[in-house]
Write a protein that binds this ligand. Sequence first.
Ligand SMILES: *[C@@H]1O[C@H](CO)[C@@H](O)[C@H](O)[C@H]1NC(C)=O
Ligand SMILES: *[C@@H]1O[C@H](CO)[C@@H](O)[C@H](O)[C@H]1NC(C)=O
Ligand SMILES: *[C@@H]1O[C@H](CO)[C@@H](O)[C@H](O)[C@H]1NC(C)=O
Ligand SMILES: *[C@@H]1O[C@H](CO)[C@@H](O)[C@H](O)[C@H]1NC(C)=O
Ligand SMILES: [Cu+2]
Length: 264
Amino acid sequence: MRLPATTLLIPFLLRTASAHGRITNVTTPTGTIYQGWDPAHPQTQPQDLIAWRAANLGNIFVPPSQFNTSHITCHFNATPGAVYIPTVPGDVLKVQWNEWPASHKGPVLTYLAACPGSCAKSDKETLAWVKIDEVGWLNSSGADVLPLGGTWATDVLRANGASWMVKVPEALEEGSYVLRHEIIALHVAEEVDGAQAYPQCMNLKVAKGTGGEAKKLEGGVVGEKLYGIRDKGVLVNIHGNVTEYEIPGPKVWEYATEFKQPSE
Ligand SMILES: *[C@@H]1O[C@H](CO)[C@@H](O)[C@H](O)[C@H]1NC(C)=O
Ligand SMILES: *[C@@H]1O[C@H](CO)[C@@H](O)[C@H](O)[C@H]1NC(C)=O
Ligand SMILES: *[C@@H]1O[C@H](CO)[C@@H](O)[C@H](O)[C@H]1NC(C)=O
Ligand SMILES: *[C@@H]1O[C@H](CO)[C@@H](O)[C@H](O)[C@H]1NC(C)=O
Ligand SMILES: [Cu+2]
């Protein structure tokens, strides 16, 4: 199908879209709800958040020109959450975003990093991230609907009320971990430094599992080594007939548990 000439204007128009995102809360399988970090109300938030604090007022993004800094780890000037979500391997957490605009198509990624001691005292410069889940481009459904590009992980997230289910790997060794959940919006990613990363971090304590042999989380990379400004999945044009997409970052952990989102 031929694209209308006005397609050329779309990236420009989308750039002005100002809706952005953050995680507002996380629900455990037993229904306990933990609040996320709200950058708009730093004074009135409880001290004992599971979420990492950051300088992300306006629910802004981290641009690719910052991918080589620790700002990409858990957002700008992040500091650790004071408490954690108690979990067991196999738990599925519902991670709720405040909203997600349709135009902001792109992958949804989740990582874990093991804390040497308490995650509340962890150092974002040395946390080694292991990817446990990734969904990128899915298919061409809706490729003729603005902003084109077909169906992405973010469309699944939107279909689920701006939420994503995150499964704690069944094989994960007990311990303290930082969970890093992220959306990368690609609506202006055809320009160098145009992609938008929205990383959000929270602390977990994973109890001993009841299944088979527990695996140590190994082979992680520090935040500033996750992505490059010119990675195939970062500097990419998604306005048109997308037929494939290479999700940026390291390979998914070999012991991660496959998990499909509702309606994926
Ligand atoms: C998109 O590209 C594929 C593979 O090249 C082709 O089969 C399909 O017809 C194209 N669709 C549109 C809408 O251009
Ligand atoms: C990070 O990347 C940006 C843009 O590519 C570059 O200007 C900057 O010098 C880099 N910073 C470091 C610390 O390498
Ligand atoms: C969780 O976040 C959603 C989306 O922002 C909000 O609608 C809901 O009220 C929140 N729930 C709690 C218990 O904070
Ligand atoms: C495209 O992916 C979405 C989300 O997974 C799914 O609901 C839809 O049925 C898929 N369309 C096709 C043609 O496979
Ligand atoms: Cu935005």
